[in-house]
Ligand binder design. Structure first.
Ligand code: NAP
Length: 349
């Protein structure tokens, strides 16, 4: 399938380009960015920050404006657009009959738009036919969650299914690549921790609740647990870590019961053999010093969710840490997996 990338010059756009090299189903045929980049060759427009060489054919491609008429001939687009412009641009593509698989936040809470993590809520793609961007249904939008909501939702899924979540407390330690390029000033982050990330904390409740919600008759019914979140920026490169404390509706007899629920998680897409899917979705570490971003974020192509420090608490019923690669599992890789699921389910063809 021919794919375009919106926001191709940004941090997430570059990750799309890297991950799509040699993809068995998808071939990049169009690159879009702002008018600052449009008309230039990609190698001149992009400040390449990936640690592999820029693919030669990509380097020579001319960047287009993010306009459906300038990026025609694609079967669908991935979007790594800045949220200040993603709303209008993604709507324009969907309205032109071009499906959009987006990383941006703009449509995540639209009741007709799936907020999708294939291992958590694959059935939510059934919302797609309720969208009205085009009369014939050819144009639609699917989003993936914020880069912290991704590891949280995967880690919480088996726990929520077995016990129900009554209340959630989360403290994140987020890598600098999550801020895009140039991101956080070096003088702010080197040897330091910044205890606030603008706009991040308010996303955790609505995104995890939508992901863990159940779809029936075209409507998602969400669990409504309260969330206290503190999001911090730490001087790691890749891999967002979260320390999580959960109060459960149904009280487990022991922490072993929670451990069994996590270990027996049944991956709903395991049989689909999607090219980007990790073989083992949740890696539960027993060693108390694990997981660590530098050691584990890249495992299984950056698509694995790592959990550790699983224990019962005094105030909360269960505590753990979870971690996943933010620009792969939490952004471009997650979006590619979404597209693969949509191919297998016949929405993209
Ligand atoms: P970024 O590095 O700042 O890249 C932004 C991209 O948007 C660039 O390609 C830029 O093109 C393009 N753009 C900006 N203004 C535009 C306009 N007016 N018209 C068309 N294109 C325009 O940001 P990023 O970190 O890649 O993040 C991209 C999106 O993904 C954001 O919505 C972010 O919230 C989301 N996200 C990021 C992460 C992460 O870990 N970084 C994770 C999940 C989700 P120019 O180069 O031409 O300016």
């Amino acid at each position: 399938m021919k794919v375009g990338i919106l926001g191709a010059t940004g941090a997430v756009g570059q990750k799309f380009i890297r991950l799509l090299q040699g993809h068995p189903w998808f071939e990049i045929t169009a690159l879009g960015a702002s008018e600052r980049s449009a008309g230039k060759k990609y190698k001149q427009a992009a400040n390449w920050i990936e640690d592999v060489a820029q693919p030669e054919y990509i380097a020579e491609m001319t960047v287009a404006n993010c306009d459906p008429s300038e990026m025609s001939g694609v079967d669908f687009v991935f979007s790594g657009l800045d949220a200040t412009v993603a709303g209008d641009i993604e709507k324009a593509f969907a309205s032109a009959g071009i499906p959009v698989i987006s990383n941006a936040k703009n449509y995540r809470q639209d009741p007709t738009v799936p907020l999708l993590v294939p291992e958590v809520n694959p059935d939510h793609i059934e919302l797609i036919p309720t969208q009205t961007f085009t009369e014939d249904g050819s144009g639609w939008i699917v989003t993936n969650p914020n880069c912290v909501a991704v590891p949280l939702s995967i880690a919480l899924k088996p726990i929520h299914d077995a016990f129900g979540i009554e209340a959630l407390q989360v403290t994140t330690m987020q890598a600098i690549s999550g801020a895009g390029y140039p991101g956080v000033a070096s003088l702010d982050i080197l040897g330091n921790v910044v205890p606030f990330i603008g706009g991040e904390e308010p996303k955790i409740a609505p995104e995890t609740q939508k992901l863990l919600g159940s779809l029936s008759n075209g409507t998602i019914t969400r669990p409504d647990y309260p969330v206290d979140a503190t999001c911090t920026r730490v001087p790691t490169l890749n891999g967002h870590m979260a320390a999580v404390n959960v109060k459960l509706v149904k009280k487990p007899q022991s922490i072993d019961e929670v451990r069994s629920a996590v270990l027996s998680f049944k991956n709903p897409i395991a049989e689909l053999d999607l090219p980007s899917a990790p073989k083992e979705v949740i890696k539960l570490h027993d060693e108390e010093k694990y997981p660590q971003p530098r050691l584990h974020a890249d495992q299984e192509g950056g698509m694995q969710l790592h959990m550790g420090r699983l224990r019962s608490g005094v105030i909360f019923d269960v505590s753990f840490v979870c971690m996943a690669h933010n620009t792969i599992r939490g952004a471009a890789g997650g979006a590619i997996l979404n597209a693969e699921l949509l191919v297998k389910k016949g929405y993209l063809q």
